[in-house]
Design a protein around this ligand. Sequence first.
Ligand SMILES: Nc1ncnc2c1ncn2[C@@H]1O[C@H](COP(=O)(O)OP(=O)(O)OP(=O)(O)O)[C@@H](O)[C@H]1O
Ligand SMILES: [Mg+2]
Length: 308
Amino acid sequence: MIYTVTLNPALDRTISIKNINPDDCNRVEAEQLYAGGKGIDVSKVLTKFGVKNKALGFVGGFAGEELEGLLINEGIACDFVRIAGRTRTNIIVNDIGANTQTLFNAKGPSITAYELMQIIHKIENLADPRYVVISGSLPLGVNPEIYRKIIEIVKGNGAKVILDTDGEALLAGVQELPNIIKPNIHELSRLAGRPLDCIDAVVEAALGLHQRGIEIVLVSMGSRGIVMISASGRYLVQPPEVEVKNKIGAGDSAVAGFVYGLCAGKDLVLSLTCAVAAGTATILQAGTALCNLEDFRDLQEQLTPQKL
Ligand SMILES: Nc1ncnc2c1ncn2[C@@H]1O[C@H](COP(=O)(O)OP(=O)(O)OP(=O)(O)O)[C@@H](O)[C@H]1O
Ligand SMILES: [Mg+2]
């Protein structure tokens, strides 16, 4: 079984308004609600690709109930820890007249020590774990060491961990040597503490992490594709040029594509092409929608891995 862990999920509420007038009453033309969060995105894509998985994380309050309801309606299995605080709601305002998008990201609830131990307990007792994907930022009041703890437990249970996060959480997580990491180039640059201005610099930084004991280092570079460093060598897969409709969730889709490839028994290089195809397929979708299976399959056929 595949599990995704999203400790800081959000309800994303998008409202569309034609030409916002400040200090006036504005009519909302359309309103949409999404269950957001990086691990949740991974679960959504895996589910689309027919890979059985379960989303774990914290939810609280009515927003938490709504988030879970949205996931159930999309056919996504979840097993959340209920918290005393309220799941955050992010507001996205689309001005369809001015063609602008303004994001208001909420901080989210604080997690108590007791709630933290509840998720640890859940992770210690996962049924038949194969891959556990840990994605995204940490909620208020949670020390980045939590990711170390989760990685230690999952590896101790014989499953593989994929970590996709940033900043201190990534720094703490890599100390515990997750099996796979997927920073984007900016996250890797912050982790390495230096600018990465060419492929050679990316490879060198990723190689350093691989040599420390991280089996597979995937570095996503937006339209330039993904570099993979593993025991089977160094590869780059570049996507074709496409019309960018939306970038939200491209990295999460790439993680899901890679896991899909592994679960389908493909080798690492083919799994890498699945990662790039899934990321780019999401770019083709407008709004916050994630990739569809048809685009994913079409793109896969267009990709040629390059050995570096
Ligand atoms: N402009 C683009 N054209 C084509 N494909 C793209 C483009 N941007 C991203 N992708 C695809 O998405 C994958 C992941 O993108 P990116 O490096 O932007 O991830 P990320 O920064 O982690 O994204 P996220 O915001 O979801 O965390 C890329 O490897 C590529 O396949
Ligand atoms: Mg990312």
